[in-house]
Design a binder for this molecule. Structure first.
Ligand SMILES: [Zn+2]
Length: 214
C-alpha cells in the first residue's frame, strides 16, 4: 500500500501546538513522491522550529506501514527509533548538499550505506501445505530494520544516480521546508503542493498585479 497520490494536510502546523508532540501521527504528510523523501518530511517545519513527528517507537512502526514498506506494525525498540532518526538526517544532509551543489558528507554516505545491507533479498525456507520444504524469499517487510533498509535503498537510488539526483527539490515557499522528488515531465515543479504553497504563490502574484494596476 502506498500513499503517493497527493494526500496532503494543511501545510502549516498550528502555532499553538504543544511541543514536543506526544505522537506525530496526525501530522504526517505524503507529498514527497517517494518513501525516502516522505521520511525526511517527518521532521516538519525545518525552516523554523523543527517539529519531530517520529516521537515514539509506535510512531515509527505505524509510519513504516503507512509508507508501504511494512505490511503490519511490528515492535520497534527505542534504539531503532534513534537509529531511524539518524538515517533520516543523513538522507536530508545529502539531499540538501545535492540541491546546493555542495560536496556530499562522507559520514552521511557511510551511515546510509550501512543500512543497505538490510535491503537485499533474503532467502527463507518454509514448510508448505503438503509438508515439503520450500525455498522462498523472505517477505519484504519482516522487520523494522529491513523496512528502514528499503528506505535507505530508495534514498541511495535517488541520491546516488545522476539522472535522479537532479530532480530533488525543496519547496520554493519561504515558509515551507517540504522536500519532494520532481516527477513532472519537464522537471520544473517548484512547490511541494499546488493546493497549498503553489496556490498561495499564485494568490500573492495576483494581489501584486492588482496593486500595480490600481
Ligand atoms: Zn511547500
Amino acid at each position: 500500500m502506498t500513499r503517493y497520490h497527493g494526500v496532503i494536510p494543511d501545510r502549516d502546523l498550528p502555532d499553538d501546538l504543544p511541543l514536543p508532540l506526544a505522537t506525530g501521527e496526525p501530522w504526517w504528510y505524503w507529498s514527497g513522491g517517494r518513501p525516502a523523501v516522505d521520511f525526511v518530511n517527518t521532521h516538519r517545519e525545518r525552516w523554523r522550529r523543527g517539529v519531530e513527528t517520529l516521537v515514539t517507537p509506535e510512531d515509527l512502526a505505524t509510519w513504516l506501514v503507512q509508507a508501504g514498506v511494512m505490511d503490519h506494525p511490528a515492535a520497534v525498540s527505542r534504539k531503532v527509533l534513534v537509529q531511524a532518526v539518524e538515517l533520516r538526517e543523513a538522507i536530508d544532509a545529502l539531499l540538501v548538499a545535492s540541491i546546493a551543489g555542495a560536496p556530499a558528507s562522507g559520514e552521511a554516505i557511510t551511515l546510509i550505506d550501512d543500512w543497505l545491507v538490510f535491503a537485499g533479498e533474503r532467502p527463507q525456507l518454509v514448510r508448505d501445505e503438503a509438508g515439503l520444504a520450500q525455498l522462498t524469499a523472505r517477505a519484504a517487510a519482516d522487520s523494522p530494520r529491513r523496512a528502514l533498509g528499503m528506505i535507505a535503498l530508495d534514498a541511495a537510488t535517488m541520491l546516488g544516480t545522476d539522472d535522479q539526483r537532479g530532480r530533488i527539490r525543496i519547496c520554493a515557499s519561504e515558509t515551507c521546508s517540504g522536500r519532494f522528488f520532481d516527477r513532472s515531465p519537464a522537471g520544473r515543479r517548484r512547490w511541494c503542493s499546488m493546493r497549498t504553497c503553489g496556490n498561495e504563490a499564485k494568490a500573492r502574484r495576483h494581489r501584486q498585479r492588482q496593486k500595480a494596476g490600481a
